[in-house]
Design a protein around this ligand. Structure first.
Ligand SMILES: *[C@@H]1O[C@H](CO)[C@@H](O)[C@H](O)[C@H]1NC(C)=O
Ligand SMILES: *[C@@H]1O[C@H](CO)[C@@H](O)[C@H](O)[C@H]1NC(C)=O
Ligand SMILES: *[C@@H]1O[C@H](CO)[C@@H](O)[C@H](O)[C@H]1NC(C)=O
Ligand SMILES: *[C@@H]1O[C@H](CO)[C@@H](O)[C@H](O)[C@H]1NC(C)=O
Ligand SMILES: *[C@@H]1O[C@H](CO)[C@@H](O)[C@H](O)[C@H]1NC(C)=O
Length: 626
């Protein structure tokens, strides 16, 4: 006797088990479809499928013509966000917004090629006054120009907007006429002109071009100055007129006070020309290095002698000294050395070569007139010793260590696939191979393995990666480039000093004979991965080189059938693709930001004074041998 079934209390006619199965599966299918198609935002534009990426469920590729509004009847068809100013460069484009931490940019920008980046952080202005109108010899002007470039670069790297002011700005100030009728010492007159130029610009900092920031990016004083709000007119203990910070109203009041001072002809500098209460004096200024005449005489007498003997040449020597101190400070900040990220060690040697080379440049000792000297603000520094350089490691994972600098190379998933497919003696990249054999998001999964463990899907990994690349902390502790492109040309501006470009291969720094135990171990967990320098045989892997080359060329040529494979790879590795696009856009935006600023500055005389001459000596020569 079959069991009596009922629905809503009414008995149902007996049904054979086969038909019950059919009925149940129909209901199940209907339920799933209802769920998928009616939950708002349950499937936004393509990329959010990424949340499934770690489960090996083949997802049918949705036809491109389906708009999000067709996929989800409750979702309004949306306009893409407006295009922002200067937000494209080459193939990269971006949209800066506060919600940049969402895993997949295209769910906001509605364009797969447009990455979502964090809003650009406002750089507070820092002004230096330079009188380019004074009659000076050519060599003198050149030396001063070199000093100004050093000054601009150092402050730019610390997150400020360095601007060089000239007498033009001072004359623009209505109070300038008042100064002209006063009888004052020429030196004080220059000093007041400096203030008039500053007052003309408004809130910010007034800095001497021989005062440089030398400390970590996180230093509380630099963080305070970066905020760009100065509640009181401030000067800094023991730095004299080297640096002031203040708001427009306070600056105006101080200038007016000085100009109305009856005994102005008796003071020698601006500080004594106003009442002492005008300034708040900040005692904690250990990150500021001031190379004024007195300091140079006291601490670097050799350089002082050079300046005395021959002004311009001496100034060049001083410039070399300051650059070497900036470099030493950087090396002291990252005392644990440099990590060149190298996941998939068996086939990434060529791709990370530029990163490795950059690391080798950075650990070099800068050439300095006084090699074992320390910056004036930090007499206890560790000067660079060439027999004990900083360490370069090649971990496969990213580690968040505050005194370790990370240089990452992000490959496009196509590059990764091309490299690993041929490693597995696969002659061609085919879509079935991608779907059946290749791992999903291999690159991102590897580098975040230690941060996030193994059981996490692509979306949170991308979010973490974005934080590592683009947060304030991240930008000052790491540099991420893409494998298919050259190193950025303006690396000096990232680090804030001239990177030594000597390609000296330190033979002894590489352990000589690699035994079989040094052979790359395939995914034996991050901790046991080979972290030593790649050997020369590895570097000489010509096959790898030609593969990388073809990956790069492919990116340019784009034949239709290859394009199909590339699209399939991108769809299969959503998180890796997103990471690659993000890194590319972030790097490009930094470049554009700097170029835009230089473009603006070039209009002014001061901008010409601090411009890099004979630049674009470029990196190509150093990085193009891979
Ligand atoms: C993104 O860029 C690629 C290559 O430049 C292009 O083929 C594709 O059509 C672009 N996609 C969109 C949505 O613009
Ligand atoms: C400053 O000027 C006043 C009046 O103009 C004059 O009496 C005084 O001697 C001057 N002082 C100096 C040091 O020149
Ligand atoms: C790394 O560590 C710093 C503090 O030590 C923290 O502020 C930052 O958020 C961390 N970054 C990541 C990606 O975990
Ligand atoms: C770099 O090369 C220049 C000349 O080419 C040389 O004077 C300088 O000492 C070298 N620096 C290092 C660190 O090798
Ligand atoms: C920024 O955009 C303007 C026009 O909108 C253009 O003239 C300028 O060259 C761009 N600057 C950079 C650095 O791309």
């Amino acid at each position: 006797m079959p069991v009596q079934r009922s629905i809503l209390g009414k008995p149902l006619p007996p049904m054979p088990p086969k038909r019950i199965a059919v009925l149940l599966s129909t209901i199940a299918v209907f339920a799933i479809f209802t769920l998928v198609f009616t939950l708002p935002n349950s499937i936004p534009a393509g990329p959010s499928l990424g949340r499934f990426t770690d489960h090996k469920i083949p997802i049918p590729k949705l036809p491109k013509t389906l708009s999000p509004s067709i996929l989800n009847p409750f979702r309004q068809a949306a306009h893409a966000p407006p295009v922002q100013k200067n937000s494209t460069s080459g193939e990269a484009s971006w949209y800066s917004n506060w919600n940049w931490m969402s895993p997949f940019s295209s769910s906001v920008t509605l364009d797969e090629n447009r990455s979502l980046l964090p809003p650009l952080i406002d750089r507070p202005p820092i002004y230096a006054y330079y009188d380019y109108t004074l009659q000076k010899g050519k060599s003198h002007k050149e030396a001063e120009n070199a000093v100004l470039v050093t000054w601009r670069r150092a402050w730019w790297a610390q997150g400020f907007k360095p601007i060089i002011l000239s007498p033009a700005e001072a004359m623009n100030n209505p109070l300038y006429a008042e100064l002209q009728v006063l009888e004052v010492e020429p030196l004080l007159k220059t000093e007041i002109s400096r203030w008039l130029a500053w007052e003309n610009m408004g809130t910010g900092m007034l800095c001497h071009y021989l005062l440089l920031p030398m400390g970590s990016h996180e230093d509380p004083l630099l963080a305070f100055l970066r905020r760009g709000e100065y509640p009181r007119l401030t000067r800094f203990d023991r730095l004299g007129s080297g640096l002031f910070a203040g708001s427009k109203a306070d600056i105006t009041a101080a200038v007016k006070e000085a100009l109305s001072n009856k005994a102005l002809n008796e003071s020698t500098d601006f500080i004594t020309a106003v009442s002492p209460e005008t300034f708040e004096i900040e005692p904690k200024n250990g990150v500021l290095a001031y190379y004024d005449t007195r300091t140079v005489k006291e601490k670097y007498s050799k350089v002082a002698d050079e300046i005395e003997a021959d002004g311009p040449r001496g100034l060049m020597v001083l410039n070399k000294l300051t650059v070497s101190h900036l470099h030493t400070t950087w090396q002291n900040t990252f005392s644990k050395g440099i990590a060149v990220i190298k996941p998939q060690p068996e086939h990434m040697t060529t791709a990370i070569l530029p990163a490795r080379k950059l690391a080798e440049f950075l650990i070099q000792c800068p050439s300095s007139p006084l090699p074992s000297s320390c910056p004036p603000n930090n007499p206890k520094c560790n000067p660079c010793i060439s027999s004990h350089p900083l360490q370069i490691t090649y971990p496969s994972v990213y580690r968040n260590t505050s005194d370790l600098y990370t240089i990452g190379t992000v490959p496009h998933p196509f590059t990764t696939a091309l490299m690993s497919s041929s490693l597995n003696s696969e002659s061609e990249l085919t879509i079935p191979w991608i779907r059946r054999k290749s791992k999903r998001d291999p690159w991102l999964t590897t580098i975040t393995a230690e941060l996030l463990g193994t059981g996490v899907s692509g979306a949170p990994r991308v979010v973490k990666f974005k934080d590592v690349v683009a947060s304030q902390y991240g930008t000052s502790h790491s540099l991420w480039t893409t494998a298919e492109r050259d190193m950025p040309e303006d690396l000096d501006w990232y680090f804030g000093f001239t990177i030594p470009r000597n390609a000296t291969d330190k033979g002894e720094s590489e352990t000589p004979v690699p035994g079989p135990e040094r052979k790359p171990q395939v995914s034996s967990g991050p901790r046991n991965s080979p972290e030593s320098a790649p050997t020369d045989e590895e570097v000489a892997m010509t096959k790898e080189k030609s593969l990388l080359k073809s990956a790069v060329e492919f990116g340019k040529a784009r034949k239709p059938d290859e394009e199909k494979v590339r699209k399939a790879i991108e769809a299969w590795n959503l998180a890796d693709t997103e990471a690659w696009r993000f890194a590319r856009a972030f790097l490009e935006r930094n470049r554009v930001e700097r170029l835009k600023w230089e473009e603006e500055e070039r209009k002014y005389a001061g901008g010409k004074a601090g411009a890099e001459r004979g630049k674009n000596e470029g990196w190509g020569r150093w990085f193009d041998d891979r």
